[in-house]
Design a protein around this ligand. Structure first.
Ligand SMILES: [Zn+2]
Length: 301
């Protein structure tokens, strides 16, 4: 005999799981492995079992009620176990490292190297981000800084600073950028700095590159990432294996909804670039970096 309250309970738990996974899908897709599978299972289970349990309440009790309740309880238990078991392990890295990533515009880091940043975070390293502008020329400056913060939160970055220097005119503000970057280097003491390449057709990207080189003049490890506006001279010699992290990159880029009409935001473009650099690196998928300096024997990461 199964009381009505038991059917209400399992139905409520199903609906609660659907609500939590739907509202939290952006952050949970980074925190839980195989989130898509878990989400689909929860939705399908709720779609079948919630109406069935409600039908049980409205009909005279019988053994079928017990069966429906047992299946529903088992499904709820499966959802809970799957969610617990699929948590990404963020083991503390054997040698935790600190990385400082510097971009000109709110979406630059996500587009260029977010798969690498996500992997660094998952491996237990600290990643700090600096963004120089609100991106007012290329989009809506009222929303883009928040998109940068959401992207950083999604990736699990330790911190992000979004500055408001004039978009497209960064070359006129190199002293200010150098001061901002010097302060960040002093504060975070990074083992590795990531920045734009000089092989880029956007003047702001090139300005950030030179400001980083100047501010990091005494730093031993600086790599340059590949923006969609990189020129054909961009020639990476260091590659990061980002197999399993393309989804995270696509989601991080998609969070910049204000830029969604730009062709380089498309999943297929991001996938093509990762596959191309992966082939060069003899990996399945990779992000490529040019080297300013990289000490061979200090073991940066
Ligand atoms: Zn940019």
């Amino acid at each position: 005999m199964t009381e009505a309250w038991a059917h209400v309970l399992v139905s409520s738990l199903h609906l609660f799981a659907v609500l939590v996974f739907t509202l939290g899908r952006v952050s949970m897709s980074r925190q839980l492995g195989h989130f898509g599978l878990l989400y689909r299972f929860t939705i399908s289970s709720a779609a079948i079992l919630v109406p069935t349990n409600l039908a049980c309440i409205a009909t005279p009790e019988g053994t079928v009620h017990q069966l429906v309740f047992s299946i529903s309880a088992a499904a709820v238990a499966c959802i809970a176990i799957m969610a617990w078991a699929s948590r990404h392990r963020r083991d503390d890295a054997e040698r935790p490292r600190t990385v400082l990533a510097i971009g000109a515009h709110p979406d630059d880091l996500e587009l260029a190297c977010s798969a690498t940043l996500a992997r660094l975070v998952d491996e237990g390293h600290q990643v700090h981000a600096l963004v120089m502008t609100h991106g007012a020329v290329g989009g809506d400056a009222a929303v883009r800084p928040d998109e940068a913060r959401r992207g950083a939160t999604y990736l699990g970055l330790t911190s992000v600073e979004v500055h408001d220097l004039p978009d497209t005119h960064l070359e006129d503000h190199s002293s200010e950028m150098i001061r901002i970057i010097e302060t960040a280097i002093q504060r975070h003491d990074p083992h590795l700095i990531l920045t734009h390449s000089r092989h880029d057709q956007h003047q702001d990207h090139v300005a950030v590159h030179w400001a980083t080189c100047r501010a990091g003049r005494n730093h031993p490890a600086i790599l340059c990432f590949e923006s969609p506006s990189a020129t054909s001279e961009f020639s990476p010699t260091v590659f990061t294996d980002v197999g399993g992290y393309l989804d995270a990159k696509q989601m991080a880029v998609a969070l910049h909804a204000n830029q969604s009409d730009k062709p380089y935001m498309a999943d297929a473009v991001l996938q093509g670039a990762a596959t191309f650099r992966g082939r060069q690196a003899r990996l399945e998928q990779a992000e490529g970096f040019e080297v300013i300096r990289l000490p061979l024997f200090r073991g940066i990461l």
